[in-house]
Design a protein around this ligand. Sequence first.
Ligand SMILES: Cc1cc2nc3c(=O)[nH]c(=O)nc-3n(C[C@H](O)[C@H](O)[C@H](O)COP(=O)(O)OP(=O)(O)OC[C@H]3O[C@@H](n4cnc5c(N)ncnc54)[C@H](O)[C@@H]3O)c2cc1C
Length: 413
Amino acid sequence: MNKKETFDLIVIGSGAAGIISSIVAARNGKSVLLLEKLSQIASKLKATGGGRCNLTNTLSNEDFMARFGRDGRFMQDALKDFDHKDLVSFFNAIGVDTHAPDGFRIFPTSHSSVTIITALEKEMQRLGITVICKQKVEEISLIDASIASVTTQTHTYWTTNLILATGGLGYPVLGAEGDGHTMATSIGHKVTDLHPAMMPLKTKETWVANCRADTIAKVTLKVDIKKHKKLRAKGDLIFTKTGVRGPVILDFAREVTPLLEKYGEVPLLLNLTKGMNEEEISQHIKRAFMQNPHAEIVEVVTSLLPLALSEEICKLAGVNPHATNKEFQGEKKVKLIQLLTWTPLTISGHDGFKLAMITRGGIHLKEIDPKTMQSKLIKGLYFCGEIMNLDGPCGGYNLQWSFASGNLAGKLL
Ligand SMILES: Cc1cc2nc3c(=O)[nH]c(=O)nc-3n(C[C@H](O)[C@H](O)[C@H](O)COP(=O)(O)OP(=O)(O)OC[C@H]3O[C@@H](n4cnc5c(N)ncnc54)[C@H](O)[C@@H]3O)c2cc1C
């Protein structure tokens, strides 16, 4: 055996989870090898928060876990050891200042994920962690149900401790393509069904393209299927060339995907007027015409919505956007007010994992010890980050979970 290629710990994957686990293990005196298949480390981390990196948020651990659904409690021990305050202290200690501009989401003060990655890289160098890029791990070998080695296209590296931090399946161009799931399955672990989550959605209606980049704040949306009327969400929405994106859509996508599979299309109703009801909209229009009796209807609607969207809503109502108050009466007026209260939009599909920020599903949690992140099946094997079957909403949840689980795994308990 080549002595140089034997390590106390090998970590596969240099995302948030893999990097922090390497640092924690090295701080505890372990020799660590971090293997990354891309040509540089932390590609997904770099892209987070639109390059601003929403690291975590200020929720209490209880509320945080609740936002992950019924398996959220799996995170209890990891969060107890590394909550959002610990995360902030960790980064402050390696020279990254953070802040919460909206009092909830925490970012590096620089508003650049590069600051985070540079600081992590420096810390790994200081600790003497061996980082090798362009090394795609293809196989994990066991001896007597314990970790023995990993093999890439060119090398075999030996260890008794292995952390699988290869992420999910979303945004494959950023590295995570499900290799970890395949390797874990090959040594006896089970993977749940995997679904893309947190992604833009396509609409049947093509008029959205005319409103491309229009951002609408505080949109309320609800599913217009009798059995699913309770599914609602609120937040900012952005129109795209083929549909809709923005925080409210990213989060709501997880509700919509199963319905898409079931029904083929999902009709939604959107309130784009900050929650105004028919009466309020009617009064608003009345006041606007009183102030400017010669106004065209589209001018009045633009006091509620951006111009392109106002024109589209007028068209949908069959109203000439240039009609004046006199010409704009009766059924068409009723229709326009109805459409401004609830605008119909039909979700027809999405781009799958290609643009999914998160993967729903992963390694079965019942096969992982939540107190250590160690596999219950294989001695010396640990998991952290998105590879596991846990996913949270938008707002720093998924990075906090990656860092917290990485911290716990790196302790090699
Ligand atoms: C565009 C985008 C923006 C996001 N923004 C935010 C945000 O602001 N806040 C937030 O909380 N969450 C955000 N998320 C989600 C968050 O980034 C992820 O949940 C988190 O980064 C997952 O970290 P990870 O370490 O588990 O996996 P990853 O970051 O995916 O890292 C896995 C690494 O493993 C490597 N790898 C895979 N297979 C192999 C192999 N066989 N051999 C060697 N290496 C391998 C990959 O190349 C990759 O570098 C965002 C996601 C995306 C896609």
